[in-house]
Design a protein around this ligand. Sequence first.
Ligand code: G3P
Ligand code: MG
Length: 347
Amino acid sequence: SQVQDMAQEKVLAAKNMAFAFDIDGVLAHGNKAIPQAKEALKMLNGDNELGIKIPYILLTNGSGKTEEERCQQLTDVLDSPISVDQFIQSHTPMRALSEYYETVLLVGGEGFKCRDVAVEYGFKNVYTYHDILAWNEEISPWRAHRSEKEIAQASPIDFSKVKFDAILVFSDSRDYSTDFQLIIDLLMSEDGYFGTKSKNPGAGSIPIYFSQGDMLMPTAYKGPPRMTQGAFRISIETMYKALTGTDLERVVYGKPELATYKYADEVLKSWMEEIHNENKIPANVYMVGDNPASDIIGGNMYGWNTCLVRTGIFQGGPGENDPKSPANFGVFDHVLDAVKAVVRKEL
Ligand code: G3P
Ligand code: MG
C-alpha cells in the first residue's frame, strides 16, 4: 500500500543519513551533559517515529585518555551507550604512526595518562618530560613543580644514549616551559639525541606531530574561551623560526584537517556495517559543532552539511551565523534543535 511504501522510503532515508557530533560545547561541557543532548541521542538510538537507529559518530578534538576510558565516561555522562567503534578523538588516527616510530617523546596530558594511550597504540618506547627530568632536571631551568607520584613514576634512564624517532603532541602541555625546551632541543639535535646540536639545525632532525590545532576551547571559566594546543604549536613554530631561520615542518591532525575527515568516513562506514549491516557511507552526513574555525570549516570543506550550535564557542545572537565559516544547514540554540531540523528534512 501507499502507506507502507512511504514508511519504506523513510527507512531507506534514515539509513542514508548520519551525524558527526562534536563533544565539548555540543554534547557536554567537561563532565556535564548539555541537557538536550541526552534526548537527541535517545532519538537517534531508536526512540523515533520509525523505531530505527540513525547512525552517528563522535568526532572530537579532545584528548588525554584511551578511547576505552573516554567512551566509558561518555556513556555515563550522556546516558547513552557510546562505543569505541563510533568514536574518534584527536589522537585516534595517530595510532598508525606506531608502525614508523619506536621511540617517542610524548607531550601533553595529565601525569602519565598519554603515555598509557601511546603504549596502547603500539609505540614501544614512550617517554615524557617527567622521564627526562628524572635523568637531568637542569635541562629545564624553569620547570614546573612535579608531584611526588610523578617523580616516583618516571623511568630512570640515561637519555644521552637514547635516540628519539619522533615528537608526538597528544594533548595540552602541563609544563609549557619544559615541553618548549625539550621539543626545541630535539628539533635542533643531531639525530634525535638530547645534549647534541645539529651542525645545520634548520635542516630538521626529527618529525613532530600535533593531535589537533584548535586555538581556543570552552572551559568552566566564565570569561572568553581559553587557549589550547594550537596556541602551543604556534609558539613552537615561532621559536623554531627565530632560532633557525627556517619554517618548522610539522603535521597536524584533528578537525579541520582533511586526514581526520577521511578517517571519520572509514569509521562511519564500519559503524553502518555494525548497526545496519550495510557497507556504505551514508550520503547525507551532518556535522554538529560549536566551533566555526574547526567543526564547521572542516565539515564545509569536506562536503558535509554543517549545523552550528550556541552552547559552546560560538556566541552569535539570534539569526546570526558565523561570518567567516558559516554553517551551511543552519544555526541552532542546541543540539536537539539541530537534530530535529535534520530529521524533519531527511525523513
Ligand atoms: O579543543 C579542545 C577540545 O576541548 C575540543 O573538543 O569536542 O569540541 O572537539 P571538541
Ligand atoms: Mg566543541
